[in-house]
Write a protein of this length. Sequence first.
Length: 175
Amino acid sequence: MYNEGETLKTACGSPCYAAPEMIAGKRYHGLNSDIWSCGIILYAMTCGYLPFEDPNTSKLYKKILNCDYLIPGFISKPSKDLIRKVLNTDPAKRVSVTDIRTHEWYIQVKPLEMEGIIINKDRVPVIEEFLSKIQDCFATSGISPNCDLNQTVTYIQNNKHNQITSTYYLLLKRK
């Protein structure tokens, strides 16, 4: 745990994903280090293997510190550009989350607004027929939710995580 703006000293995580500043034993900003690790994941997703690998941990760390990796020719130019910006050994020059989100590679696919209800954003409709189904379901199964219809509505409206709301969301999704 750390507070925003503070630096960290403890090395953590898997060696292949560790940021150079962490390996070097320097104090580091968690977010910058996480961006490096996400760059490793991006590389692995696009190339099919990790950029830095070696069974000898000492050699692995040298590869990371020297940023000794190759990007295969089949990778698109925008993807190569983003990988290079994320896998920058200087954390001060490493691309930010904002820069990633506006990068040519990232914005190729527009976010899709889904129809439906987004829990904790939209108000969940209370459909009367589902309330009776829930009560019937618990009554016939022998499971007693120990609440009346008003309590069921309150649980649904407040997004309380329990067997009642889970059943309700399943019915809602089915509809």
